[in-house]
Design a protein around this ligand. Structure first.
Ligand code: SF4
Ligand code: SF4
Length: 609
């Protein structure tokens, strides 16, 4: 009788679970395939670190992360126990009196205690502490799930206090099993579905942060316009979100009071998919205005503990808007500049030529030069940044590095790519690749982190591979053996990590090594190293009309964080960070001094030359 009743309940609850899962699997299956297993070694390694050892979960929120890890490890450890009890309940086979099960059951005790402690901590945090990233409302669903997990652990622990076959033991067993069945029926529609799918999502997450595969125009790809255009990985992502809010609290746009919230983007995607209107326009679901607020800093993707990638959705949707001529006016002006003059400011090419000549630069010759210095738009046209490049040239010459520049450079295409103008990006990229190939260059040196990302990662997608190094990395190595280290008075500075250098390229030690070696004591700002707060320039926002921005300017927020260190000197290593932060400094009428890293280092070297 009990077996029949258990079978009926099992079929009902497992049916409810399977029906909901089938709906989600179907939505993934009909989406354009964007799954990839390239670089499998990297993926497996990250799976071990982020899923098995829960490193990303623990890193930002150590106490809550460890509590979560206890629950996860307990969930895995109890898998065999649950299966064995189901086999018994369904009358298939009773293995509960075997020696191995007795030992296994005993070994689960510390896991149960850890899970119970962890889940009670998370329950209190969610119900009473309520961190901002978790949202303002208490999630009843989360409370129920937490109570379910606690009940499972308590009923398991009680088995050690009960005689087998007694009424109390029977009631305890039924409570345990019914909670598991109810839990199964509840999870697919809840954020706890991540228990099932997040290991797969982490494995499928691109090894490259901010991975934006090229559009294939021959296949008439134009980007994401409607729900049915969302790729399979983005659909899987939508069903994986655990609503932890890590992406939200790390997003500079959200932090500066804009409407963009990366967590909301993922949840809106999930709701739109489940609602079924596959022809609904993404620009309406997310709101076009919000889509243009992303700086592409990568903080959301980088912080997400379950492998969700926000940028393919955000930039993919921008691509869809641009292909329909719906880009904001300020981007239209920048695109015009790129089209007419191949640089973001639309300046005459003679200005670059003058800089090249006045700096005594030679045209790159593979037989004569060791490296090619890529000037970039800022290096070619921004007088302020050219001072930094002159410092770089002085360092290279002092160390007898043989370098040259291309006779002609176009913008690398980053502002077009990150704002969704893929056609323009490909035009620029293909022209540059042709010139770079013709020059025979093997190693490129640049002071612009955006050039590092675009030429290094995005050009590779055209089959062009070249070593590209940021100047902070190259010069740090070059001067490592230098006898020029200072012994004089030291200076307190703060260092602003550019997103595309610290987060995207992971280069956080080299700039610091240079600074400390050349007389600086660094005071770290809030948000540093591989999780910096953005300057606000990326994703085309360098060109946005600042007066029309909602909330505070991102650059103002970052400037205040840098000011709060108390250091009077801020060192930067990206021309666009420099432009944005100097703008914020001017608005604040502060006397903070901004110095580019190369200028700082060369300034310390010169007196000893
Ligand atoms: S990339 Fe940066 S600005 Fe864009 S949504 Fe993510 S965290 Fe926010
Ligand atoms: S997208 Fe990732 S980081 Fe953001 S709320 Fe969801 S699970 Fe958390």
């Amino acid at each position: 009788m009990a077996v029949v009743a258990f079978w009926l309940l099992f079929v009902a609850f497992v049916g409810a679970f399977a029906g909901q899962v089938a709906r989600r699997v179907q939505l993934i299956a009909i989406a354009p395939n964007t799954f990839s297993f390239d670089n499998l070694g990297f993926r497996v390694n990250r799976f071990l670190v982020d899923v098995v050892f829960q490193a990303r979960t623990i890193r930002e929120r150590p106490i809550a992360g460890i509590a979560h890890a206890f629950v996860f490890w307990g969930f895995v450890a109890f898998g065999g126990y649950t299966l064995t009890e189901f086999l018994r309940g369904l009358g298939i086979v009773d293995l509960t009196h075997t020696t191995w099960f007795t030992a296994y059951r005993l070994a689960l005790t510390p896991f149960a205690v850890a899970v119970l402690g962890g889940i009670l901590f998370l329950l209190i945090r969610r119900a009473f502490v309520r961190p901002v990233g978790l949202g303002t409302k208490v999630s009843i669903e989360s409370i129920v799930i937490a109570l379910f997990i606690a009940t499972l652990m308590v009923t398991y622990l009680l088995t050690f206090r009960m005689e087998e076959g007694t009424m109390a033991e029977q009631v305890n067993w039924w409570v345990h099993m019914l909670v598991i069945l109810a839990f199964m029926a509840l999870i697919p529609a809840s954020k706890h579905f991540h228990l099932v799918v997040s290991p797969i999502t982490v494995l499928l997450k691109s090894p490259e942060l901010g991975n934006l595969p090229n559009l294939d125009f021959e296949k008439e790809q134009v980007g994401l316009e409607t729900v049915k255009d969302l790729g399979s990985k983005s659909v899987l992502d939508a069903f994986t979100c655990v609503e932890c809010g890590r992406c939200q609290v790390n997003c500079p746009a959200w932090g500066a009071g804009k409407e963009l919230n990366p967590k909301t983007i993922i949840l809106q995607t999930k709701d739109a998919l489940l609602a079924g209107g596959r022809d609904r326009k993404l620009g309406e679901i997310y709101s076009e205005k919000v889509l243009w607020q992303c700086t592409t800093c990568g903080a959301c993707e980088n912080q997400c503990p379950v492998g969700i990638e926000h940028l393919p959705v955000l930039i993919g949707s921008r691509r869809g808007l641009v292909s329909n001529g719906d880009a904001p006016d300020y981007l239209g002006a920048m695109y015009n500049n790129l089209e007419r003059r191949s640089n973001i400011w639309g300046l005459g090419y003679d200005q670059r030529t003058k800089f090249v000549q006045s700096s005594g630069l030679e045209t790159f010759d593979a037989a004569k030069h060791d490296v090619l210095v890529w000037l970039g738009c800022a290096g070619s046209f921004d007088a302020d940044f050219q001072k930094s490049l002159r410092s770089l040239f002085a360092i290279l010459r002092a160390k007898e590095v043989r370098f040259g520049v291309l006779a002609k450079e176009r913008c690398n295409g980053d502002p077009a790519k990150r704002t969704g103008n893929e056609y323009m990006f490909q035009e620029l990229a293909n022209g540059n690749i042709e010139d770079l190939k013709a020059s025979g260059v093997k190693k490129i040196l640049t002071s612009c982190p955006h050039c590092v990302k675009t030429i290094g990662d995005d050009y590779r997608k055209f089959g062009y591979e070249v070593e590209i190094v940021h100047t902070s990395v190259y010069v740090e190595e070059l001067l490592r053996q230098s006898s020029a280290a200072l012994s004089g008075p030291r200076e307190t500075v703060t260092y602003h990590d550019p997103c595309y250098l610290g987060r995207y390229a992971g280069k956080v030690d080299e700039p610091r090594n240079l600074l400390t070696r050349f007389g600086a004591d660094i005071v770290e700002p809030e948000r540093n190293r591989d999780n910096p707060y953005c300057c606000g320039a990326g994703g085309g926002l360098l060109f946005a009309d600042k007066e029309e921005e909602p909330g505070t300017r991102i650059s103002d927020v970052r400037f205040k964080q840098l000011q709060a260190t108390g250091a009077n000197t801020v060192v930067t290593a990206c021309p666009f960070c420099s432009i944005m932060l100097k703008g914020a400094q001017a608005s604040a009428q502060a006397d903070t001094q901004f110095v580019d890293l190369m200028t700082y280092v060369n300034g310390k070297l010169q007196p000893r030359a």
